[in-house]
Design a protein around this ligand. Sequence first.
Ligand code: HEM
Length: 208
Amino acid sequence: MAASGLLLGGFVLVHLAENLLLFKGEAAYNGWVDMLLANPVTPFLEVGLLLIFIAHIVTGAWVRVEDFLNAPAGYEARNWQGGRTVGSATMLYTAAAILAYLVYHMLTFRFTDHSMGFYQMVTYAFRDPVFVAIYVAGAAALALHLSHGMQSAFQTLGLNHPKYTPYIKLLGLLVAVSMTGFALISVYYLLGIDIRAAQAGYNVIVIK
Ligand code: HEM
């Protein structure tokens, strides 16, 4: 579970970097996505990613079942993996929210008509407040999930040392906080900051 979690953490960081290309404009974003789709290795990476997701969900569910079965009678099986934080107490709920978000994300961005171009599809979708609210909620769930998940994964893999643990925790927290970047991207287009920048004479591409 820890290894698949870290791999997924790596994926979301890379995916965030990819989506920051939106700020570089249409040519940069579409050029990158088109290049990925044209690469013969990409379908294998996609299947690998799906298998990692499935492994994470199955092992996560198994840990919960084991916790439940091994809990002494009269105790709640909730105090697993060290001290409690909002992140650790809500892991199951944030996991369910991320899964629901991902299904929505795949239906709206992945398995849909891309003929207008990826940049146009994404920026047009982010003009809709309901769409953006779902993206902000998804990013918040992801940030909360990773606030516990990252450092818990490092600990499980044995990267635990009195001297380095505070830095490992800080790194996990930074990765978690960076997930708000997904929300900021969507809010940027919702507020039409690109349109205002274009009106102010900055050289940005605007899709209305
Ligand atoms: C600003 C927010 C986001 C934008 C603009 C965005 C954009 C996209 C686009 C355009 C695709 C389709 C690419 C293709 O058809 O190959 C995609 C795929 C995907 N996204 Fe996102 N995404 C965002 C947030 C997220 C988040 C938060 C997650 C994870 C929780 C995520 C996970 C995925 C996955 C798993 C795929 C499928 C990968 C693939 O098939 O290549 N995305 N995203």
